[in-house]
Design a protein around this ligand. Structure first.
Ligand SMILES: C[S@@+](CC[C@H](N)C(=O)[O-])C[C@H]1O[C@@H](n2cnc3c(N)ncnc32)[C@H](O)[C@@H]1O
Length: 229
């Protein structure tokens, strides 16, 4: 397995990422976040691992003018910039590693959705660097909305690491097909709550994504909303 598989997989990708069925509920997801936590269009919001910018751009089309999106993949960021231009909205999209976010006490809220970096990296220490960087970039009492893979789903994970290994068939920009070994980290809510508390966040919600319903056994992801202490 390539430990930086996420760099290879998403590095090759652009707007075709939005063909995945799990990207189809953006409108509902953003509406929920606005209703519950991102209530003021003046808020300064950071979208970490923003991919093709589907949440950031949707927020911008609803009048949010202070949105920044960062992602490791130049192809994803290029696609995000192109869509924003086509939709006539301004979003500050940047190629940036989530472990090295260059902001301090800057944002009213941060989102990290659908495994935008956190959980994809090679080990827990690398994933924690993402949490540290997000914590640093938020203002005091800034809101952090995270979705993450649910350990209690139908997947064969390594009990020592809580990681699932899999192989993906990818086609490079050169048209050549290859097999990529991937591995991502899943969590239980009590573990992630503890981890967030260790990084100076106060946890406000653990729920099924984009709801206040209890986390379900078998669901792919869950959501944790926290606040910087
Ligand atoms: C499954 S996509 C999620 C994209 C978007 N948040 C969404 O909801 O559709 C994961 C994204 O995380 C990005 N990513 C992975 N590792 C990263 C890192 N270390 N820093 C920043 N972005 C990263 C990938 O490039 C990819 O765009």
């Amino acid at each position: 397995m390539n430990p930086e598989w996420y760099r290879v997989l998403f590095g090759e990708m652009g707007i075709e990422y939005e063909d995945y069925p799990f990207t189809k509920d953006t409108e509902k997801e953003v509406e929920w976040m606005i209703k519950e936590y991102l209530t003021d269009p003046e808020m300064k919001i950071l979208d970490v691992g923003c991919g093709t910018g589907r949440h950031a751009i949707n927020l911008a089309t609803k009048g949010y003018k202070n949105i920044t999106g960062i992602d490791l993949s130049p192809g994803m960021v290029e696609a995000a910039k192109k869509t924003a231009t086509e939709k006539g909205v301004a979003v500050d999209f940047r190629v940036c590693d989530a472990r090295e976010i260059p902001f301090e006490n800057e944002f009213d809220a941060a989102t990290c959705l659908c495994e935008g970096a956190f959980g994809l990296l090679e080990d827990d220490y690398e994933n924690y660097k993402v949490l540290k960087a997000i914590q640093r970039s938020l203002k005091k009492r800034g809101i952090f909305i995270l979705t993450t893979l649910n350990l209690f789903r139908d997947a064969e994970f390594d009990p020592m690491t809580c990681r699932v290994e899999m192989e993906m068939e990818i086609t490079g920009k050169d048209g050549v097909k290859k097999t990529l070994g991937c591995s991502d980290r899943s969590y239980t809510f009590p573990e992630l709550k503890w981890v967030l508390e260790q990084h100076s966040f106060e946890v406000l919600l653990g729920a099924n994504p984009y709801s206040k319903e209890p986390i379900q056994y078998g669901s792919m992801e869950f959501m944790v909303v926290s606040r910087k202490l």
